[in-house]
Design a protein around this ligand. Structure first.
Ligand code: 5GP
Length: 211
């Protein structure tokens, strides 16, 4: 059960392109009390990304300084870029009773779990329906950046092997179905109840995706 007056930490991870950013946005738009933690990154912004909304884009030197000053709850290197979640705004929002959504990778999820903060934590892993679909989604997003697509496709098998470290795994076959499943899990967990999910089915899907 959530501590009275305190928010929940909801982590969503997935291989790049499986839809977690869209799902995170839907959750924050449809639920008054949900906000998205905006990460810092050294990655170059995509054409449609806005500083302070999608990420705080900083250079390596600034990022290293933030690490040195112990400003992050977690930070990791993903695709040769640094990504991190700032501690102070997150703790402030959680203490005010907001539920904070984290769109972070498995390394970040692991670090947050280990911190054992005094807030309820739910970790969810999103799987794509197929590797073909994942590649198509990356093509649509990255346009002609074949290097980036190949890099993310080669990382994807490694990423999904971490599914067992999460509380829940959901397949993003159809966006609204996947959203409803996540919403149901969060609602149950907020009442202190576990949701069942078919681990066997997920294991079979993971085998299919990595083979
Ligand atoms: P992208 O460059 O496509 O926006 O993100 C690449 C990966 O980095 C995604 O899996 C995303 O979830 C992850 N990521 C984004 N922000 C953070 C963060 O603050 N910490 C960690 N550990 N991963 C992050």
């Amino acid at each position: 059960m959530t501590n009275f007056g305190q928010g929940m930490m909801i982590v969503l991870s997935s291989p790049s392109g499986a839809g977690k950013t869209t799902l995170t946005r839907m959750l924050s738009e449809k639920n008054d009390n949900f906000i998205i933690s905006i990460s810092h990154t050294t990655r170059t912004p995509r054409h449609n990304e806005v500083n302070g909304k999608d990420y705080f884009f900083v250079d390596k030197k600034e990022f290293q300084e933030l690490i040195k000053n112990n400003c992050f709850i977690e930070h990791a290197t993903v695709f040769n870029n640094l990504y991190g979640t700032m501690k102070e705004p997150v703790i402030k929002d959680l203490s005010k009773g907001k539920n904070v959504l984290f769109d972070i990778d498995w390394q970040g999820a692991e670090q947050i779990k280990k911190k054992k903060l005094d807030f309820k934590l739910i970790t969810l892993f999103i799987l794509p329906p197929s590797s073909k679909e994942l590649k198509e989604r990356l093509h649509n997003r990255e346009k002609r950046d074949d290097v980036m697509i190949d890099e993310r496709m080669s990382q994807f098998k490694n990423d999904i092997l971490h599914w067992k470290d999460y509380d829940y795994v959901v397949i993003n076959n159809e966006l609204s179905d996947c959203y409803n499943q996540i919403q149901k899990i969060i609602l149950s967990e907020s009442k202190g109840l576990k949701c069942n999910y078919d681990e066997k089915k997920i294991e079979e899907k993971v085998i299919e995706l990595i083979s």
